[in-house]
Design a protein around this ligand. Sequence first.
Ligand SMILES: Cc1cc2nc3c(=O)[nH]c(=O)nc-3n(C[C@H](O)[C@H](O)[C@H](O)COP(=O)(O)O)c2cc1C
Length: 200
Amino acid sequence: MNTLLQINASIHAEQGQSSQLAQRFVDAWSARRPHARIIHRDVGRDPVPHLSAERFAAFLAPPQARSAAQRAITDYSDALIAELRQADLVVLGLPMYNFGLPSQLKAYFDHVARAGETFRYTAQGPVGLLSGKSAYVFAARGGYYAGTPLDTQSRYVRDFLHFVGIDEVKFVYAEGLAVSPESKASGLADAVAQIEQLAA
Ligand SMILES: Cc1cc2nc3c(=O)[nH]c(=O)nc-3n(C[C@H](O)[C@H](O)[C@H](O)COP(=O)(O)O)c2cc1C
């Protein structure tokens, strides 16, 4: 594995707990792989526009028929997809906000889910085109959800990554961050212990 794409999604940018855990992993991982390349994408700091009818029409338009405005839209989406294509490993800092993923991350997903680019339709159903990659997700939550029916966030993120062809997806959770100082400390310590193992 030579190229890692780090996607942070916290509204607090690199100060977010999910960003800090992702960064901790990236630091440990890259220390062992000094020649690796790290690509950074922070959708909290540099938000991806929400998908609109205009943007979606640009995705669907045949390349030679696109207006200048439509080309700008697809060039931007293409650049996001190019980062994903280059990555052997995707590292995702994933905050939970109001039971779900940050809307900034959803907007990013909406710009990289492109028929013919990251998935294609077949008679057997959709097939993801970003094969041969892994994703490690560092999920920070105020409460406790992992392994319960309320954790629709993990399911959704895993399903989305599978949809575009990223089959190997691992989650590291830091939970209970808002329950008490003790639960925060132990939630972060659990996550850090897993990070050390994962980066080895
Ligand atoms: C607007 C907002 C909504 C939140 N909603 C939830 C929630 O639904 N469930 C939960 O467990 N924690 C919730 N939290 C707590 C966050 O998950 C926690 O602060 C976590 O550290 C966020 O990740 P970040 O620090 O990387 O931004 C919420 C926090 C904010 C700011």
